[in-house]
Design a protein around this ligand. Structure first.
Ligand code: ZN
Length: 271
């Protein structure tokens, strides 16, 4: 039951995240959504998460132009991640009021920021500073909301963010920002605070493996894939030299390690 409620909430939040990601810096957040091509004002039945996109097979009701697969993807990922947090929230609810509410809200907000950052970086190859720092702050707070042992390693905790961010910061520094944006380093601050220094570093390292495993075949199959509808814009012109958003890989890796930690799953690490 809780899982269903969290999943539905995820769909709604995911739909809201789409609007934020698309309109940030371009259009005011309020106001009706419309088709990017013909300006057709979307009605409520065009805005049902996932369902509308599937029903119209990813096309505009009026002009038939492609509607990005980003919409259902962001909605589905938020819903799945929220649903995955439902069992964890039950643990959170054993905490005293109002810590329990803050605990759950903090975790949900972390997921929302991660999904939004991944989608935004994917679209614009840049990570908004405010979003990266907000995630960092939420990750920092998430540790403080759980009951802390008397001998809590405060030093290690404060340093976890900078430690996890150090590899990417170093890459940014030596390459003058060509290999890696500073935004990725800022994002990994939060990864460190969320996962701790050791696991945080592992997650950052693992994102390189993820990036390689996912990107290299994509680059090789570029021509074949660019003709796939919806996906075309995402990978068009992707070559070894093109600027690849690294945020989504960092975030995917962070989520894998975080949920493994939350569920107590031992990851079979290659290192
Ligand atoms: Zn249209």
């Amino acid at each position: 039951m809780t899982i269903l409620v969290f999943g539905l909430l995820g769909l709604i939040i995911g739909s809201f995240l789409n609007v934020i990601v698309l309109r940030k810096g371009a259009r005011p957040i309020t106001g009706r959504s419309s088709c990017m091509s013909c300006g057709y004002t979307l009605h409520w039945y065009d805005l049902i998460p996932i369902v509308s996109w599937l029903a119209l097979r990813g096309r505009c009701r009026k002009c038939g132009s492609c509607v990005s697969i980003q919409y259902p993807l962001v909605e589905a990922s938020t819903a799945i991640l929220f649903a995955l947090l439902a069992p964890i929230s039950i643990i959170g609810f054993s905490l005293p009021f109002p810590i329990d509410i803050l605990f759950v809200l903090d975790y949900l907000a972390i997921v929302a920021f991660l999904v939004a950052i991944a989608a935004y970086d994917f679209l614009h190859t840049i990570i908004p500073d405010g979003w990266a720092y907000s995630f960092g702050a939420l990750a920092f707070v998430s540790q403080l909301l759980t009951p802390l042992p008397i001998d809590f390693p405060w030093m290690q905790f404060f340093l976890a963010g900078p430690i996890a961010a150090s590899p990417l910061f170093f890459l940014w520094l030596v390459s003058g920002g060509r290999w890696m944006g500073l935004g990725d380093a800022k994002l990994s601050l939060g990864i460190g605070w969320l996962l701790g220094p050791i696991v945080g570093l592992e997650a950052v390292m693992f994102s390189f493996i993820l990036g390689t495993v996912i990107l290299v075949p994509l680059m090789l199959a570029e021509r074949a894939i660019t003709h796939m509808r919806g996906f075309s814009v995402a990978v068009r012109g992707l070559t070894m030299k093109s600027e690849v958003p690294f945020g989504p890989f960092l975030i995917l890796s962070c989520l894998i390690f975080w949920f493994a930690q939350l569920y107590g799953v031992q990851l079979p690490l290659p290192f």
